[in-house]
Write a new protein. Structure first.
Ligand SMILES: [Cu+2]
Length: 65
């Protein structure tokens, strides 16, 4: 299932990697696409929206509701 998140605080490629890694720890099969200029994170995953958002928050980024 594809989910789109608005994620604040990604300033460079390293941030994108951190977010991607956090999601993949939760779901190794997850497909992650990030457009940081738009704060846009698209995730194809079997995990719940809440679990994915929590993983991103734990990396230190804000996820809009
Ligand atoms: Cu960064």
């Amino acid at each position: 299932m594809k989910q789109v998140f608005n994620v604040q605080g990604m300033t460079c490629g390293h941030c994108e990697k951190s977010v991607t890694t956090a999601i993949r720890l939760l779901d190794p099969q997850a497909q992650v696409q990030i457009d940081r200029s738009q704060n846009h994170v698209e995730v194809e995953s079997t995990q719940t929206r809440e679990a994915l958002a929590e993983a991103i928050r734990e990396e230190g980024y804000q996820v809009a509701a």
